[in-house]
Each structure stands twice: as C-alpha cells, then as structure tokens.
Design a protein. Structure first.
Length: 346
C-alpha cells in the first residue's frame, strides 16, 4: 500500500486541455444575410446541406484516423526516436489524448502525459489537425453544393428562356398584347352592346304605341336593334379581327394561355431561387477560404490542480478494500478464508 501510495503521486501526470466550437454558415451570419434576399432560400439551403451539423459529426471527425495521422506527421511521432511505427504512435495517442463533447456543442481536447510540454504540444497539434480537417470537409461540401447549384442554375435559365419564348409566340399568334386586359375589354364591350340593345328595345316598344309602322324614327330604331343583335351574335362565335380575338376566341385560348403562363411563372420563380442560392454558395466559398471552420474558445493550457495516476489509485483502493475484508470484516463475521488457514501437518 505504501508503494501504491507513492505511485499515485510519482511520476506526476499533467493534463492539458483546449475547447473549440465548430462553425457553420448560420453562426457567421450567412443565413440571415442571404435570407434578406428572399424567404424561400432558407428551406432550399437546408435541402442542399446548409443546415447546422450535429455535434456527433464533429466529434467523429475529431476522433478519426485522419486527424491522428496528421498529428503524428506534424509531431514526427512515427520514427526511431519516438514510438517507432505509425500503428504504435496511434495506439499511444489513443491512450494519451481524449476528445469529448460538452454542453452547447463544444469539443474538448484533453491530453494526459507525464511531461507538461508534451501535453501542450499534443493538445495544440490536435486543435490544428481538427481545424484543418473541418476546413477540408467544408471546402468539399461547398464544392459539391456549387456544382449542383450551377448545373441547376443553367437548367433553370434555359427553362425560363423556353417558357418565355412559348408565351410570346402564343401572344403573337393570337394577336394579344395582354390577354387579361383584352378579355376584360371584350367583356365590357359585349356588356355595353347588351345594355344598348335593352335600351333600344324599350324605345321601340314606346314608339310602337304612338307611331305608325311607316314612321322613319321607328324604322331607324328597328335597324339599330338589328345591328346590335348582329354584333352580339358575332361576339359569341370565335373570331379574330385586326384588334385580336373576340370574347369567344379569348375563352377558347384562355386555357392554353394559362398553361403557358403558369409554366413561365414557375420557371421564373425557380430561376430566382437558384440565382440566390448561387450567390450564397459564392459567399460561403469565400468565407471558407478566409475564415477558420472551428473557433478556439480556450487555448491549450495545463490544468492548475494536481493530478494523480488513476491506475495506481485504483489498485490502492482495491488493496485497501481487500485488507479491510481480510483483517476486519472476515474475523468479525466468522468467515473462514481457506488461503489464510495453516496447512495440516502430515
């Protein structure tokens, strides 16, 4: 127990730790800035992977073999003057360095060695390696998003061009400047003709009561009524004149026009969404090149409190518990321990 007590303190272990927070586009203000350009972009950015990543993903990256290999190469741990092979260096790092997550998505890197300078070097190397790995993954993600958005942006532009050409061709073919306004004008014209016809019919009945059949005024009203009825009848049949189609012609063309107009508006809205998303990807690429993908909120520092060798403390507690059992508990309760009884004399 005295030896284990000394081993609990000597050699003295040292622990160095650092805390980092992985960054995303939302944390540096890209989402709020791009959402000011259009409300549809937030859902689209989430669809392309712009949403915040879970902390488990960053934890898996920090514990990956790529990060460990980067640390080994940076500190030259795989060599005759260090741990020998790369596998031995990775096993040594697994025993000495621990990466875990804290509340709020914070990653804590903790190195425990018997040399304080070595503990700080390991922690600093791990912070740099994790940051480099996150930056590399961020650049790959931005490149993938850029390729997808640019391809869809070109397709959306072609779709807008085709939809606009089809709509303009339909307007020229039917001699339409604005179908909605022209349909309203034709309906107003037909309503005016019907109102004039009703007024002339009232006038005709009045003249028939007080005038004879040979009266010129009565004949003029009858001629005007016939002309109005002819105009109303012609507007009921589909026809196209110098000013464009009439009401019946517009009614027949309205279905096709609505289909073309709907396709054009959808293509235009899709084009605007991909245009904003393309701008977001460009800004995100610039941010990935000029800013770190992990914010260091606590630089690698040694802990101020004294540390103890955990294995020696555990063995000391085990031996102390065994001593209590054999020296106090067993005699007090009458338990017979065979390994403590003397062997019978032959």
């Amino acid at each position: 127990m005295v030896v284990l007590g000394l081993l609990c303190v000597f050699p003295t272990p040292y622990v160095a730790r650092a805390k980092i927070v992985p960054q995303d586009s939302a944390s540096i203000g890209l989402s709020s800035m791009m959402n000011a350009l259009g409300g549809q972009l937030q859902g689209f950015a989430s669809l392309l992977g712009g949403a915040k990543q879970p902390v488990d993903l960053y934890l898996a990256v920090a514990r990956s073999n790529e990060v460990a290999i980067t640390v080994i190469e940076r500190l030259k741990l795989a060599g005759p003057d260090a741990f020998g092979s790369e596998a031995a260096a990775r096993r040594a790092l697994a025993r000495r360095v621990d990466v875990h997550s804290l509340t709020g998505g914070v990653l804590e890197i903790e190195a425990r060695t018997q040399d304080p300078a070595e503990a700080e070097r390991l922690t600093q190397a791990y912070v740099a390696a994790v940051t480099e790995r996150l930056n590399a993954l961020g650049r790959e993600r931005v490149t993938r998003k850029r390729n997808i958005v640019q391809a869809r942006y070109r397709e959306a532009a072609d779709q807008v061009t085709r939809a606009e050409a089809a709509l303009m061709s339909f307007r020229r073919r039917n001699n339409l400047a604005a179908p909605e306004a022209q349909l309203g004008a034709e309906l107003s014209l037909r309503a005016g003709l019907q109102a004039q016809l009703q007024a002339k019919l009232v006038e005709l009945r009045t003249l028939q009561q007080f005038q004879g059949g040979d009266n010129p005024q009565l004949q003029a009203v009858q001629s005007q009524i016939a002309s109005l009825r002819s105009q109303i009848a012609s507007s009921a049949a589909p026809a196209t004149g110098a000013a464009g189609p009439n009401v019946a012609g517009l009614s027949e063309a309205s279905g096709r026009y609505l289909d073309l107009y709907r396709d054009y508006k959808f293509a235009q809205a899709l084009y605007e969404v991909y245009a904003r998303s393309s701008e977001e990807v460009v800004v995100e690429a610039l941010a990935a090149e000029t800013a770190s993908d992990a914010q260091i909120i606590e630089q690698p520092r040694l802990d101020a409190d004294r540390k103890y060798n955990i294995s020696a403390v555990a063995l000391l507690a085990l031996v102390f518990g065994l001593a209590l059992f054999t020296e106090l508990y067993a005699p007090a309760t009458g338990i017979r321990l065979r390994w403590l009884e003397p062997e019978p004399v032959a």
